[in-house]
Design a protein around this ligand. Sequence first.
Ligand code: 5GP
Ligand code: MN
Length: 342
Amino acid sequence: MLQKDTIIEAEKLIKQSNNIVLLTHFNPDGDAIGSITGLYGFLIQLKKEEAVKMILPNAQPDFLKWIPHSKKLMNAEQHLKKANELILNADLIISLDFNTPARINDLEASLRNSKAIKITLDHHLQPDDYANLILSDVSASSTCQMVFDFAEQLGWKNYLNKDIAESLYTGIMTDTGSFRFDSCTGTTHRIVGELIDTGVDKSKIHGNIYDTNSENRLRLLGKLLHEKLEVLSDYRTVFLSLNAAEQAQFEVKKGDTEGFVNYGLSIENIVLSVFFVEREGEVKISFRSKGSFDVNSFARKYFKGGGHKNASGANVKKGMDEVISEFVSAIKLYKDELESTV
Ligand code: 5GP
Ligand code: MN
C-alpha cells in the first residue's frame, strides 16, 4: 500500500495544477498504457480533462490500441518538439511505471530540466530520486494496482467506471503473467474483483492481448524454439537470440517478440530464461527468472539494466556475439546460486 501522506500531497498537487503531463516508459507495455490511461480516467472525473496531456516516448503497440483513451496518447517520436515543450512547460509531471528518466529516451533531458513538480508513481525497485514526490510500492503487482490503491485511499472509488477498469485490468493481467506471479496477492485479486464488477469483458481483453498473433510471429517463434534455443542445463538457464537478418526474413514488427522470453521458463528445472534481440544497433536483453534468483541485480551488475527481481531488461551498445559471450561468462559465476534457487 502507498503511504497516505504522500498520496494526500499528490492529490493536492493534482488539484492545484492546470498543466499536467502524464508520462510513461519507452516501448510501453500493458502496465504502462493501462496505468497512464487509468489515471487519466480518474482525472477526467476530477474535471481535469483539459489540463492533462499523456505522452509516450514512442508508439504504443497495436495490441494495446483498443485501450480506452489511448487515441489521446501523444507519440513523442512523431511529435518530439511538441512533447518536449509540453514537458518543459508543465506545472506537474506524473511519471508512471518507470524508475529512472533514462527509460524515456529522448525525453529524458526535458524531464530533468522541467521546472514542473515531479511525481513518480511506480513499482520498480530502487527508484531514482529525481522526483519531488516518490510514490513507490515495490510489492505492488503493477503500476495499475498502485493507481487503484491511490484512488481508493483518496476516496475516488465512486469515480471508477468501466473504461478505467479496462485500463487497470490490462496492466494487472500483463504484469502478473495472467495473475500467476508471486506479486499477484490476495489484495491484487480483490482489486481485480472490483474491476470485473464494473462490467469489464475479461475474455475480450485477454483475446485482444494474447490472441492477436500474426502468422509470421508464430512461425518465427517456432523457428527460434526449434533452431536457436540454447540450454545450459548445468546452470538451469536457457536463452534465445534474434538477429537483424532473421527479423528481416520474418518481417518482424515492433512488439512481435514480446513474451518470447517466457517460453524458456516452461522447461522443467530451468530458473533463468534470457532473450537477446538486435534493435537499432543495440542488443536489447530480457531476463526472466523463477524464485530466489534475482535478475534485477544481475542485469544491473553486468549490463546496466534493471527492473524487478524476476523480470528485468537492459540495452547494450555492442554486437550480439559479444553480448552473448559476456552473458555466458557472467552466468558461470552463478552456478551455486542457480543450483540452489528455489
Ligand atoms: P522487458 O524484458 O519486458 O522489456 O522488461 C522487463 C522489466 O525490466 C520491465 O519491468 C522493465 O521495466 C525493465 N527494463 C527493461 N529494459 C530495461 C532497461 O534497459 N533498463 C532498466 N533499468 N530496466 C529495464
Ligand atoms: Mn509495470
